[in-house]
Design a protein around this ligand. Sequence first.
Ligand code: PGA
Length: 249
Amino acid sequence: MARKKIVAGNWKMNMTPSQAVELVNTLKPLVASDEVEVVYCVPAVDIVPVVEAVKGSNVVVGAENMYFEEKGAYTGEISAAMLVDAGVKYVIIGHSERRDYFKEDDVLLNKKVKKAFEAGLVPILCCGESLEQRETGVTLDWIRLQIKSDLQGVSAAQVASMVIAYEPIWAIGTGKTATTEQAQEVCKAIRETIAEIYDEATADAVRIQYGGSVNAENAAELFAQPDIDGGLVGGASLKADFGKIVNYK
Ligand code: PGA
C-alpha cells in the first residue's frame, strides 16, 4: 500500500494571530501539492484565524497540544472537542519540548492519544532519544518503550490512521540533522514495533515522519527513505523554504 507523504509544520511558540494569517497567505502558492498532505500545527490562539485563512487550499490545521479531560476545571488547558469544533484535524502529542519543559510523561501522553482518537482528531505522536541515550546505545530500546507505552489500549485501526514522528532531541533546532541512515534505521524500528504489537497491515499503513532540522536541502534524501513518510518541521516551517520541503522532489 502506498502511503501518502505528510509534511507538517510545527510553529511552536511563534506567530501572533495577525502574523499567522500573513504567513499562511505567503505560503499558500508555495505549498500547493497533490502528492503531499500539508499540515500547519499552530499555537492555540492562531487556530481560528488559520483555519479561516487556509480555506479553499490544500492545507489542514493541527494543534500543538491538548488535554485529555472532557471539560471542566483545568485552567489554561484546551480540550479535544474544542479543537475539533474549531476545525482542527491533527494534534501533536508528546513533543520532546512538552516532555522536557512541561514534564509530560508516557502515562499522560497515552491518555491524550486515546482522547484525541475518541474526539476524532488524528494524533502526531512524537518520540525521540537524547544525545546521551544515543551515545550509550539505547536509542532503539528507548523508542520502542515510548511507542509501546503511548499506544497502550489504542486499536490497530486507530494506529493505521495516525502519524508517528521520530525526532531525535539532539537534532531539534540545532541544525544537526540525523544522517539519512540514522533516521531510516529508527523509523524502520518504529514500523517493526507496530508490526510486533499489532500486525503487518497496521505497520504498513501508519505514517512515520522524521523531524529535527529538516530543511530545503535535506528533505528530498530523508523523504526518499522507505520508512520515512514525510517530516515534522520546526524552524523551516516559518519560512518560504517550507514550500521547497513540501515540493521536495
Ligand atoms: P526543527 O524542529 O525543525 O526546528 O529542528 C522540529 C520539531 O521540533 O518538531
